[in-house]
Design a protein around this ligand. Structure first.
Ligand code: GLN
Length: 200
């Protein structure tokens, strides 16, 4: 059984659940998806991996750090404590990992330009080089961020036109595109394999 916590603040959550379910079926792994809505969900669950969906990082910061819902600061601290837990952070999720904007260290060592390609109208799809996955991967970029810099400890895992669009630091994968919307399961399969302790 692999338990995956899904950060439920805002954005593309349900497509992640559907993609995870397909990936787990393909791998033959029993899956439990745990919706993370409050700090209590982090304390009461055994989590083998976390998915931090895309959406709108400003909205996530607001919905996740207020008097009613304080998930975000707890999640950042949880990730700092559980530094080996695999994470797949997509788009706005990648922005928040790189720039948590709290007093702690970034959760991946990179800096990000939030709307680096322009507006919603500049969204696009493109085939990416992801050497770990072998064949090119279809990237869906929706008002996507761009990495300004990738620092020590983080390695490029996905490239578009010679530009880094995905990084890995230990077991954390942070990508500027939406693998849950491409119909290609390989990033979710990758996460599940990491969660099982496979050396991928
Ligand atoms: N650019 C968006 C932001 O600032 C992220 C877009 C996305 O997650 N699709 O949060």
């Amino acid at each position: 059984m692999v338990s995956v916590g899904l950060v439920m603040l805002q954005g593309a959550r349900h497509a992640h659940i559907a993609t995870l379910e397909s990936a787990s079926e393909e791998l033959g792994v029993d899956l439990e998806t745990i919706e993370l809505r409050t700090p209590l969900d982090l304390q009461t669950s055994e989590l083998d991996a976390i998915i931090f969906p895309g959406g709108e990082s400003t909205t996530m910061r607001l919905t996740g750090s207020n008097d009613l819902n304080n998930l975000l600061p707890s999640l950042f601290e949880w990730l700092r404590t559980n530094e080996k837990t695999p994470v797949l952070a997509t788009c706005a999720g990648a922005i928040l990992l790189a720039q948590p904007n709290d007093s702690g260290t970034p959760l991946v060592n990179a800096t990000v330009n939030r709307n680096g390609y322009g507006s919603q109208a500049d969204s696009f799809q493109a085939m990416l080089e992801v050497p770990t996955l072998g064949e090119p991967y279809p990237g869906v970029f929706i008002r996507a961020p761009r990495f300004d810099s990738v620092g020590e400890g983080a390695q490029a895992i996905a490239i578009h036109k010679q530009e880094v669009v995905g990084i890995r630091q230990e077991n954390r994968l942070a990508v500027t595109f939406h693998p849950e919307l491409s119909g290609d399961l390989r990033f979710h399969t990758w996460l599940l394999k990491l969660a099982q302790g496979d050396d991928v």
